[in-house]
Design a protein around this ligand. Structure first.
Ligand SMILES: [Zn+2]
Ligand SMILES: [Zn+2]
Length: 306
């Protein structure tokens, strides 16, 4: 459950101290991610897949910037006490299907070196949208709600393509909001859409310096969480940090011996250009290490279902 501060508690917070919620730069979010994937693809054991993610992020950037955001947007009230576009109750505007089709078209017809398997997956998705829209929407719903990997294996190949469209849709909803219009989240769920975080970033610079922010796996909103605290069960006991020496020391796995899960934490101090989704997907070696040590991921990467 989302834990929301009462009005009295909100007033006792010093808002000038550091931001509690950060909304990403909507115009550059996906192009930035594409360039981050581009950098991380070098010498990566997962390079074929990361190359595909470059194309998918570029497609998201193009589609988001072509959108008439007002058409699907929401005009925010002054302040929301609960996440305004919460995934389990928000009715998606039909326009989201156009977003999905546009992404599929770019991947199929305008991107170079796309594997045949991916082209076939795009074709199958387009066919499903045409023939059984309800089933397609049901799959999208299950991806949103069960973003922890418990999806029907038949849809594992299509899932990243659907999540890409859902991200564009939710980010376009977010584009009309200012951080102070969102509820102040003290929990592990996004204050805008209620999704689980992909990981967290220790930010540098300005009044965010040295503070830890969880990053939403769907809309990329960031919200503050104190450091050395499990982002799954919220325990502060038995928190450990693991990383792969001399390789990617800006990425650590924060694991918890109360719930035996982990999420990655990205240190901007060691690499200022981190993107939680891209950096998470590029560090599968750390996942293998953690799994070998008996820990499971707290939640899945929206672009990986295995
Ligand atoms: Zn979110
Ligand atoms: Zn825990």
């Amino acid at each position: 459950m989302q834990r929301i501060l009462s009005r009295g508690e909100i007033e006792t917070l010093d808002h000038n101290q550091f931001p509690l919620t950060i909304i990403p730069n909507i115009d550059t979010l996906f192009s930035y991610r594409a360039s981050r994937f581009q950098k991380l693809v070098q010498d990566n054991i997962f390079s074929d897949y990361l190359s595909l993610m470059i194309k998918l992020s570029e497609a998201q950037h193009i589609v988001l910037n072509q959108l008439n955001r007002q058409k699907i947007g929401i005009i925010p009230d002054n302040h929301y006490s609960v996440p305004p576009c919460e995934i389990s109750i928000w009715n998606r505007h039909f326009y989201w299907i156009n977003i999905q089709n546009s992404i599929l078209n770019i991947i199929m017809y305008e991107s170079a070196n796309i594997p045949n398997l991916v082209i076939d997956t795009c074709k199958n998705l387009k066919r499903l949208i045409q023939n059984d829209l309800k089933k397609f929407n049901d799959i999208a719903d299950s991806l949103l709600i069960q973003g922890n990997g418990n999806i029907n294996k038949d849809f594992a190949a299509a899932a990243p393509l659907i999540m890409a469209a859902l991200q564009v849709y939710w980010v376009s909803l977010l584009s009309n909001f200012k951080p102070n219009q969102l509820p102040i989240s003290r929990s592990i769920l996004c204050p805008f859409c209620g999704s689980l975080p992909i990981g967290s970033v220790i930010r540098i610079g300005g009044n965010m310096d040295n503070h830890r922010y969880l990053s939403c796996s769907l809309c990329s909103t960031e919200w503050h969480l104190v450091r050395v605290k499990c982002s799954n069960c919220e325990s502060t006991k038995s928190i450990n940090y693991s990383f792969i020496e001399k390789k990617s020391e800006w990425i650590k796995a924060e694991s918890c011996n109360q719930c035996y899960t982990y999420r990655k934490i990205f240190l901007q101090e060691k690499d200022p250009y981190v993107d939680p989704i891209a950096d998470d997907l590029s560090s599968i070696s750390l996942d293998i290490l953690m799994n070998d040590d008996g820990y499971t991921r707290s939640s899945n990467n929206p672009f990986l279902y295995i």
